[in-house]
Design a protein around this ligand. Sequence first.
Ligand SMILES: [Zn+2]
Length: 280
Amino acid sequence: MPELPEVEVTRLGINPHLVAQCVTGVVLRRSGLRWPFPTDLAQKIVGKRVQATGRRGKYLLVLFEHGTLIIHLGMSGHIRVVTQNTPAQPHDHVDIVLEKQLLRLTDPRRFGAVLWHDNTDGAIEQHPLFQRLGIEPLSEEFPQQFNGAVLFKATRQSKVAVKQMLLTGNVVVGVGNIYASESLFLAKINPFTSVNKLTLAQYKKLASAIQAVLTQAISKGGSSLRDFVGVDGKTGYFQQNYFVYNRKNLGCKRCNTLIQQVKQGQRSTFYCVKCQSGDS
Ligand SMILES: [Zn+2]
């Protein structure tokens, strides 16, 4: 599933091909994905020029003067820029046709979304999908400060496990299963610790770890930017070296203790019982 870094790398990949381009057509090959497509999408954006791209959590934003196109990649979606005569394949559901190329959304499992937000309905931050989202850990477009103090303050009344808190996205967005495990390892925090038991100092380490892990993932994806253009592009899924994720029964890179894999909620949590004992 695309996580925040993959979505951000997607944005970086398509951004140069979109900004200042005029939309000349919209092709919808089905009526919707997770939700119905806006039936008047062509009326909204054909003849309009893209001003910028953005991201909120795992939602890609294509900003126009009068509104915003909201795209979600779902479980398996990806986006690439192709020439206008590139034949559509079975899972290519949406084309946003530009002056020279087109932006194509491919989504085999169809959990993605394409929505329109009109500026007359308020600021994009007020869109119903975004109202309950936590703070952006990295973004410059939604510049509420993310740090350890924010995490500490938001968690005093809750006893949920810290990894679960990260995954819900209510406090901070974009820390999916992989990056939650990795961040907690770097911050030396046991994933099962109740959020109200963690100290401000621990949350400062955790906030720094989250930012470091996401930033590193985005920079790793940077090498795949050219893949967003062209038919055969493998978009946005990049190989990384993890400390704990997917390393069950392999030696911890710090202390050589075997990494544990346990079910937490419905997801797998990977951690080192020694490094993340909560003693340091
Ligand atoms: Zn260890």
